[in-house]
Design a protein. Sequence first.
Length: 333
Amino acid sequence: MIIVLKPDTKQEQKDKLIGWLKELGLGVHVSDGQFKTVLGLIGDTSEVDIDLISSLAIVDSVKRVSERFKCCNRKFHPDDTVVDVGGVKIGGGNFCMIAGPCSVESEEQIIGIAKAVKAAGATLLRGGAFKPRTSPYDFQGLHATGIELLKIARAETGLPIVTEIMSASDLDLFADVDVLQIGARNMQNFDLLREVGKTNKPILLKRGLSATLNEFLMSAEYIMAGGNEQVILCERGIRTYTDYLRNTLDLSAVPMLHELTHLPVIVDPSHATGVARMVRPMAAAAAACGADGIMIEVHNDPMHALCDGAQSITPDEYREVAKIVSKVREAVK
Ligand code: PEP
Ligand code: MN
């Protein structure tokens, strides 16, 4: 249920109403927008008397929210959420360019790529240290060493770092990471979602391989229900019957998610297509449909990459992608 308050409502009147709602055993999410305050009620509202609340002088309107996702619901929080990663803003008109290798392989590799993508316009550096691989015999990432190398690359370039966490038991290792990524395979790892929801770090949540938008948003809800509101959604392609591509990039999810939620929505054309030459057109398309950012895998030597070489573009190609993305953004403004 949401309660929209009249614009001239005083703070003490608001506090009184919120206190009363809490006495009824409800959680209250307060969204103070530019023009109105919206109170989002969390919990069992079936016993709440809508007529009584509607009759209060400070109340403009009361509506039931049928969706099961509440905290991430646009109805609870009409303004866009802007996630702040150490000064780099994402959402609400702030566009992010996340780039870097699938996995961190060596100090030379990550520093070289970090410098190159920064020069091309990247605003955050990605790189996997814990890799969810289909085969247990494939490279699994450098783990703690990988995270240390990302920190060195951050110190060299100033780019905040984004890296995937696969298990809550590793959280200590991620204490100095700027953005925790939850990968597609863990989108419904509810224990992990709950744990990262207790942290104060921005979370980059990737859509599961076959997740509906409702399931995707319910996973964001798990994180937010723990108190962490800094969630970025990432569309990374879903499983369909496509044969020449790794996945199908569901770009219509971007404007639909923007309707349903206030959270920023970014697009990963690398995992979505699995083909390096598809990255540029799909990155441009993502910018055209209003994504709040793009995450791309960039490798200095894709032929010898330890993971996802086929979909990795070179720093030179990334520079071209960044240019076209910025032209498209300008054109659709
Ligand atoms: C990744 O971004 O490194 C990754 C493993 O992606 P996904 O979880 O989308 O497959
Ligand atoms: Mn990858």
